[in-house]
Design a protein around this ligand. Structure first.
Ligand code: ATP
Ligand code: MG
Length: 350
């Protein structure tokens, strides 16, 4: 078996954490007998500096022809400043990448790692056992609906088609099958027409997955449940805006932003994009202070979803857990371990 990964290091700490993740991926692939081929392409601010375009044609071509994309992070103050006088924004590259690759499902696991209870704002008995996968719809809803701008009145349309709902809900059902077989669909069906469509589509698909139990929770109640009893959930599926808010909430509930991974998926068989949820962290870039765990765990998701290698993925996750278990903590977790210290510990555990 072989795996062709396009790496987009991006900006700030992006290159530092993707370098760590690539080393871990290489060792995991070798152990699993997977032939790994990587190429590195310009993206975000780095691509603007070199070509004037945050998502150059060469990068687009590489992303569309590989098996999976591993992304660091994009953006920084230099490009924010330039954008004020009409310069291109690195973040535009991210939206262009998502739409070019048709990435409609964003998977964000939030798990409490052993010994990380102190990183949670919740009391230990409340957060204990939390292991939730949020599946967020990524290319529809209010972010993409028609807008009217104004200083006296404004509006944002929130359109969804049945097909758009069904394809992401299927991803969530499939994910639940591989986990604790429980799906929670989050909506606001007491107020929103799109939520009633959403609920109807979930109910209609449920008979295809008789092994998965389903419940529906209103988004306001869900925001509360995630801080009072997050451990009762398994897979959560929701539309774009609700998913954006709830996934940030949940990542804070289980601890540091430096630990959180994500996968953005399109049609089955098409390449996905795997990236840590953190940004380019310009305040710590170049200091070897970045926590590479989020990027390394994103590489594990890559092996699971694009590499069809769940055992290799689990081995990487166990190695990260082992490194944390040894007490290795980067600055975001209140420690002083460097990116290199942490990466070496993961490699050793592998
Ligand atoms: P974006 O808009 O791209 O999300 P941001 O500035 O909102 O960027 P981050 O870049 O994620 O957010 O940084 C938020 C804070 O978290 C910063 O103080 C940063 O140093 C810290 N941080 C983010 N990622 C990491 C990491 N991997 N390791 C250590 N600290 C991190
Ligand atoms: Mg941010």
């Amino acid at each position: 078996m072989s795996l062709h990964v396009t790496i987009l290091p991006g900006d700030g700490i992006g290159p530092e954490v993707t370098e760590a993740a690539e080393r871990v991926l290489a060792v995991a692939c070798e152990a699993a007998g997977i032939g790994l081929r990587t190429d590195h392409e310009l993206f975000g601010g780095a691509a603007i500096d070199a070509t004037g375009d945050p998502f150059p044609e060469k990068t687009r071509h590489a992303c569309l022809t590989c098996d999976a994309v591993l992304l660091g992070a994009v953006g920084g103050p230099r490009w924010d400043e330039a954008a004020k006088t009409g310069g291109p924004r690195p973040e535009k590259g991210l939206l262009a990448l998502r739409s070019a690759m048709g990435l409609f499902a964003n998977l964000r696991p939030s798990r409490l790692f052993p010994g990380m209870e102190d990183a949670s704002p919740l009391r230990p008995e409340r957060v204990e056992g939390t292991d939730v996968l949020i599946v967020r719809e990524l290319t529809g809803g209010v972010y993409f609906g028609e807008k009217t701008e104004g200083t006296e009145a404004a509006s944002d349309l929130m359109p969804y088609s049945r097909a758009e709902v069904e394809r992401v809900v299927r991803v969530a059902f499939e994910a639940a099958r591989g986990r604790k077989k429980h799906l929670t669909s989050v909506d606001k069906a007491n107020v929103l027409a799109t939520s009633r469509l959403w609920r109807h589509a979930v109910e209609a698909l449920a008979p295809d997955y008789p092994d998965v139990t389903v419940d529906h929770v209103l988004v306001d109640a869900m925001a509360m449940h995630l801080t009072t009893r997050p451990a009762r959930f398994d897979v959560v599926v929701t539309e774009n805006l609700f998913g954006d808010v709830l996934s940030d909430e949940l990542s804070a509930v289980v601890g540091s932003i430096g630990l959180a991974a994500s996968a953005s998926l399109g049609e089955p068989g098409k390449p996905g994009v795997y990236e840590p949820i953190h940004g380019s962290a310009p305040d710590i870039a170049g200091q070897s202070a970045a926590n590479p765990a989020g990027a390394i765990l994103s590489a594990a998701m890559l092996l699971r979803h694009s590499g069809d290698a769940p055992e290799a993925a689990a081995r990487i996750e166990a190695a990260v857990e082992a490194a944390l278990g040894q007490g290795l903590r980067t600055r975001d977790l209140g420690g002083s371990a460097s990116t290199e210290d942490f990466t070496k510990a993961v490699l050793a555990a592998l």
